[in-house]
Write a protein that binds this ligand. Structure first.
Ligand code: HEM
Length: 524
């Protein structure tokens, strides 16, 4: 089986074996200083992801095909009939009865491992969420060994958790719709030519939902280029380079705004009710019912400590913007269940001269600390090269925020004299720099404002509607117009509705907190 990367690409080279405990650094990739971030496609791969595993794994691909052709329904749905129940039960039996396949053939190639994770993670979520509901809300869900063992092994090799991730349903879940588009890609990218490989529901809404994120990733490539240019200028660090940095930051505002427009486009193709009722439940991670990976102990495989469902909170491009702008020191501090709704006080800027201490190994640690801030936990679900990229960026010796904060913002000589070595021209240039930096931070805040409106429309309003309907059903003689909801109908009241994100956050306070802390990064 040939895969789609050129033979000399670093991901096509033989992999250094990564222990199943995930503790041996994969230096073959880190040493190459290649973080699998392409100049043309960013965090998306530069060619369409593999769409089929080698014949040895035909049974997995067949089970995935069944998901597409049979369109199983969620086990919790009230409108299930006998045929629906039998169809998913027959399919689950096939999962239980398949042989436990060794992953040796896959371990040679990152691209094949990704496809295998995609296939098995879709099978895992279909298996779990097609199960009939249990009377005991805390009863464990048993994942049969033929699914759990290879999924744990593959996840250990990729150093990501054994659950559906953003990379499974966005980064490595697309193809191009025409041969012309395939031929031109990635030198010419037509965002409208993207199609999704796998969905749970077969609805255009689900496809549009995934592709919205893919398009944001591709729009974000221009932001990555600007960040590189800013880094280069920061290295030079002279008067002219400060002017150039301001210019690049002004361009960055335009790119982030374009990402916001693309985000808003989710409304033009993904119906909120279809999303809430039919699509979203397939994403849910482990909640009150523990997932038991059968055979894991016997096979000496590490079981996961946390299993959050896929969330675009795992998108590296947004984390990159946060880290590069130094916003992460504010926006990433939320611990779910904590009380960090007020912006944290600005931390002192790191010294300009601080140098990168070491190349971190933390990209290889997959154990998740439940109490660490949500956005940091989400990095564990990212492809490990992208995680390494974020760590690399965090350790940059030239923090943009620190550059903008030199001299301190309060410094403003009014008599035009040269003060502390800064000429009046340089003072002006530094003022412009601060304005441009703050404009970028505010663009990111606008992205988050738009995102909150979308989460409200797609989750909060739909949850409220569902509650309204179920109350109406319980009180059939009551005039529906007279039903009073405990939650108000305006967005302002949405905080009172307890809704969880797929990543398990109390979504409204969480998203508003991240947005407010982003705004708090503005330099006064
Ligand atoms: C229908 C569309 C969407 C809905 C309903 C939605 C909902 C949510 C929810 C509930 C969270 C809270 C975290 C969790 O528990 O999962 C979240 C986080 C997040 N989402 Fe979305 N999301 C949508 C689309 C997107 C898209 C297209 C992006 C862009 C790539 C995005 C980027 C983020 C980010 C970056 C976070 C982390 C919080 C932050 O950094 O502000 N979302 N989303």
């Amino acid at each position: 089986m040939s895969h789609s990367l050129p033979p000399n690409h670093f991901l096509s080279l033989p992999r250094q074996h990564v222990s199943h405990l995930g503790v041996v650094p994969d230096t073959s990739t880190l040493a190459a200083h290649d973080f699998d971030v392409d100049v043309r496609t960013g965090f998306m791969p530069p060619s369409p992801p593999l769409s089929r595993l080698p014949p040895t794994y035909a049974i997995w691909e067949q089970l995935l095909d069944d998901i597409s052709t049979k369109r199983f329904k969620l086990g919790e749905r009230k409108d299930l009939n006998e045929r629906d129940r039998n169809a998913s039960e027959t399919w689950r039996r096939k999962v239980q009865q398949m042989p436990i396949l060794p992953i040796t053939e896959l371990s040679q190639s990152e691209v094949m491992l990704r496809r295998a994770h995609h296939v098995l993670a879709f099978i895992l979520h279909t298996y779990i969420h097609s199960l009939p509901p249990s009377a005991d809300a805390t009863a464990p869900i048993y994942i049969p060994a033929p699914l759990s063992i290879p999924l744990l092994e593959i996840s250990a090799d990729l150093v990501i958790p054994p659950i559906l991730t953003y990379s499974d349903n966005v980064l490595y879940n697309w193809e191009l719709s025409t041969s012309e588009a395939t031929q031109d890609f990635p030198n010419h990218i037509d965002l409208m030519q993207l199609r999704t490989q796998t969905t749970f529901t077969g609805t255009p809404d689900e496809e549009h939902f995934y592709l919205t994120s893919s398009r944001i990733e591709l729009v974000g490539v221009t932001a990555l280029a600007l960040l590189r240019s800013i880094e280069d200028e920061a290295f030079v660090g002279d008067f002219l380079s400060l002017q150039r940095i301001s210019h690049y930051l002004s361009q960055l505002v335009g790119v982030i705004d374009e990402m916001t427009v693309t985000l808003n486009d989710v409304r033009h193709g993904c119906d909120p009710a279809v999303f809430y009722e039919k699509i979203r439940p397939w994403f849910c991670g482990q909640d009150s019912r523990p997932w038991v990976f059968e055979g894991a102990t016997k096979a000496n495989l590490q079981e996961p400590t946390e299993l959050s469902g896929p969330s675009a909170g795992q998108s590296s491009i947004i984390h990159v913007l946060d880290i590069f702008l130094g916003v992460d020191q504010f926006s990433h501090t939320h611990v779910p269940g904590g009380t960090t709704t007020t912006p944290a006080p600005p931390p002192p800027p790191p010294p300009l001269s601080s140098s990168s201490s070491s190349s971190s190994n933390s990209s290889h640690v997959v154990a998740v600390e439940k109490q660490s801030p949500f956005l940091e936990r989400m990095q564990v679900y990212m492809p490990r090269h992208h995680r390494a990229f974020l760590n690399h960026l965090k350790q940059s010796p030239r923090s943009l925020r620190a550059i903008v904060m030199t001299p301190p913002p309060s410094f403003s000589p009014s008599d035009g004299s040269v003060c502390n070595g800064f000429s009046p021209e340089e003072v002006e240039v530094r003022k412009d720099l601060k304005v441009a930096y703050n404009a970028s931070v505010m663009a990111l805040k606008r992205f988050r404002d738009a995102h909150i409106r979308i989460a409200t429309l797609y989750i909060i309003s739909q949850a409220r509607k569902a509650q309204h309907e179920s109350e109406a059903l319980q009180q059939p003689n009551m005039d529906s117009g007279s039903i009073v909801l405990s939650q108000g109908s305006s967005d302002a009241n949405s905080d009172t509705m307890q809704c969880k994100g797929t990543g398990g956050t109390d979504l409204v306070p969480f998203l508003k907190g991240v947005r407010d802390r982003t705004a708090a990064a503005v330099i006064r």
